[in-house]
Design a protein around this ligand. Structure first.
Ligand code: SF4
Length: 687
């Protein structure tokens, strides 16, 4: 027993299943996970959700990649690291010298650490000399960042998760935090139940937060921007805006008022289907609240007007003085555990680490000195543009880390074709993803429990994670792999631990200037956002992030959603469910999770089921202009009328949502408008 005791160890880690950033101790013995013990995590204390508690056995799944694989004569063959890395370096080097620096694209991951993201952007900019680097925020949160950058100048949550509980009113738009961000949702539920906080939910699906809300609205798909603008307009007309705050803090008020002219309550009622009376009640609730926080997610961002709707949210908060104090402000809900960090680290085509734009001559000059190369002033290609460039035959090679493009990108049938057209494709992952089938070399990476590093959660909080388990087989931490590739291409990197990478990043990024591994030790954390590099739980304390410290009303009109041919008569929504993480590549390999939710289904409203004679469990075929899927119906009043809902956690071509979605994008960021998908439905058989 004594021996067993000594082999048991407790290690602090940060959850990898959503952007809330819960931390806890994981008890392990060799490679066995004994238990997850939440205790002192600054976000969650003693709480976790089902994923954080039970979702970890994927790390010991037999499906883990444990050896590098090289495609030889159409078959994947196990290889040594030396052979795989040399091949990657040789091929990518040849492609760069033959076709030019922009012939290579890199896609980073929101699941790997900050340090690893930093190195991927460095690999892109220093070794390949290209800004062609992006991450999966392109699929979800880029529009939120764009809307915030235009209005308040920083793409992060305005305050902490704890601050949300201090708000008099929480408005949730197009998000389902009870399932997507469970521990954060618990705070809202508690404040609502015990402290009189008001809750407004706008969503087409009646989710758990909607059921708890004081006002629940179901605007027509893609019209949130219109009601947001109409409510703001009405509040200004009534004199309920915060004139004093605007005068002191915000530019372009009169231009903004002019633009709002047409967004009357009558117009909003016509476009959104929400009654004038309800819109007035919303305005009154904002007027009466001591502090309003708006939380939003992909129901907003994954639309052709995703960025402009995000800007409309920020405009509303500016007009009503709801920034610069705890319990007020904008809270885009980051989905992946490190999507915030991936962006902060500069795996974006237009941004260097720490949100320094590539067009900023001083910022670029600093990195040029540090990296010893010249950096292109022009932003690189984003994920979507990279696919475009591959189909045009310009981009020849891609290096993809921890992202399953062939499932996650919209219009998956098209993505399949594009990926097969690459001359050379490197996939670095912990599992053989759907995308990996197109790879030439697959590099086996290690998941978060097997490495040191930091993650940054949705509230901009940087936290350390410590290695709890030895790596499995020959798999390696991503930072090690990236360094080996870089050095084989002529770089001279000598990082022996992620702390050294973090220190380099912080030395080049003013907003991280005062952060380091010592101050982040144990349960400590750091909030980026202050121009002097101090930790700052509340953003914009010293003014907004523009040269005159003033925010700006963004001026953008609503644009109608994409229109489909009449035969596609049903709108299909998609989203997360509590038990699964994203497309399910990790949680599908967790037996505990699988036992709870084995099968994928499509939610059908009782009205529609009756009209079409669909019984619960019937097999249906859904056809969009871009593809088709087949799966069972689940009749539920969470959806209404001609609305369907498909959870996003399928890894099968038969049932994955992206075999229905199409090439429709947010106008400013190229984020796919996944939520603007319509289908027709055929009933194949009864249960
Ligand atoms: Fe993990 Fe998110 Fe659940 Fe917390 S709420 S335990 S971070 S999945």
């Amino acid at each position: 027993a004594a021996m067993r005791e000594t082999r048991t160890k407790k290690t602090k880690t940060v959850c990898t299943f959503c952007g809330v950033g819960c931390s806890f101790e994981v008890w392990t013995k060799d490679r066995e996970i004994l238990k997850i013990q939440p205790s002192e995590g600054p976000v969650n204390a003693v709480s976790t959700c089902v994923k954080g508690k039970f979702g970890w056995d994927f790390v010991n799944s037999e499906e883990r990649l444990t050896k590098p694989l090289i495609r030889k004569n159409g078959q994947f063959v196990e290889s040594s690291w030396e052979e795989a890395l040399s091949l990657v370096a040789k091929k990518l080097g040849e492609i760069k010298s033959h076709y030019g620096k922009d012939s290579v694209g890199l896609i980073s991951s929101s699941k790997i650490t900050n340090e690893e993201n930093y190195l991927i952007q460095k690999l892109a900019r220093q070794v390949f000399e290209t800004n062609n680097v992006d991450n999966c925020s392109r699929y979800c949160q880029s529009p939120a960042t764009d809307g915030l950058m235009r209005t308040v100048g920083m793409g992060g949550d305005a305050g902490t998760i704890k601050d949300i509980a201090k708000a008099g009113l929480v408005i949730i738009v197009g998000a389902n935090p009870a399932e997507g961000h469970p521990v954060l949702a618990t705070r809202v539920k508690r404040a609502h139940k015990l402290h009189g906080q008001k809750l407004i939910v706008s969503d087409i699906r009646k989710n758990e937060m909607a059921e708890r809300s004081d006002i629940f609205i179901r605007p027509k798909q893609g019209t949130d921007q219109v009601w947001l603008m109409a409510v703001t307009h009405y509040m200004i007309q009534q004199g309920w805006h915060d004139q004093h705050f605007i005068e002191a803090n915000v530019n372009f008020f009169s231009e903004y008022k002019d633009m709002l002219e047409k967004y009357t309550l009558e117009y909003a009622e016509e476009i959104t289907g929400i009654s004038k009376e309800t819109l007035i009640s919303i305005a009154e609730m904002i007027r009466d609240a001591d502090g309003t926080c708006v939380l939003w997610g992909m129901g907003v961002t994954q639309n052709n007007g995703g960025s402009d709707t995000s800007a409309a949210i920020s405009n509303l908060l500016l007009a009503t003085g709801n920034y610069r104090r705890p319990g007020a402000g904008a809270y885009p809900l980051r989905g992946h555990n490190n999507v915030q960090g991936a962006c902060d680290m500069g795996t974006l085509p237009g941004w260097l680490p720490g949100y320094q734009h590539v067009e900023d001559d001083n910022a670029r000059a600093k990195f040029e000195v540090a990296y010893g190369v010249s950096i292109d002033k022009k932003p690189g290609l984003n994920n979507i543009e990279m696919l475009q460039s591959i189909s045009e035959g310009k981009m020849k090679a891609m290096y993809l880390v921890g992202e399953d493009m062939a499932l996650v990108d919209a219009d998956a049938n098209h993505v399949d074709k594009v990926l097969s057209a690459l001359d050379f494709f490197v996939v670095q992952d912990i599992f053989f993803s759907r995308t990996a089938q197109y790879a030439d070399v697959i590099l086996p990476a290690a998941p978060s429990l097997e490495k040191d590093g930091t993650f940054t959660n949705t509230e901009r909080r940087v936290q350390r994670l410590y290695q709890a388990l030895p790596t499995l087989g020959d798999s390696k931490p991503d930072w090690w792999i990236i360094q080996e590739v870089a050095n084989r291409l002529g770089a001279n990197w000598n990082y022996t631990h992620p702390s050294e990478i973090f220190a380099e990043m912080a030395s080049l990024s003013p907003i991280f200037a005062k952060a380091n591994y010592e101050t982040l030790e144990g349960w400590n954390s750091f909030f980026w956002g202050s121009p002097n590099g101090e930790s700052t739980p509340l953003l914009y304390e010293d003014g907004f992030n523009f040269p005159d410290n003033k925010a700006r009303f963004a001026l953008s009109d609503w644009v109608e959603p994409y229109s489909f041919a009449e035969e596609f008569d049903l709108h299909i929504n998609n989203g997360r469910i509590l038990e699964h993480f994203h497309e399910g590549n990790m949680t599908n390999k967790s037996k505990g999770i699988q036992a709870k939710v084995p099968d994928i289904f499509v939610e059908v409203s009782p009205e529609l089921a009756k009209e079409r004679g669909i019984t619960d469990g019937a097999l249906v075929r859904l056809v969009s202009p871009f593809g088709a899927v087949k799966l069972n119906a689940l009749i539920t009043d969470r959806v209404q009328k001609n609305e369907l809902f498909l959870p996003m956690n399928s890894v099968n071509k038969e049932s994955a949502i992206n075999f229905l979605t199409g090439p429709i994008y947010d106008s400013r960021t190229n984020t796919p408008a996944y939520k603007q998908t319509k289908v027709r439905m055929e009933v194949l058989s009864d249960r």
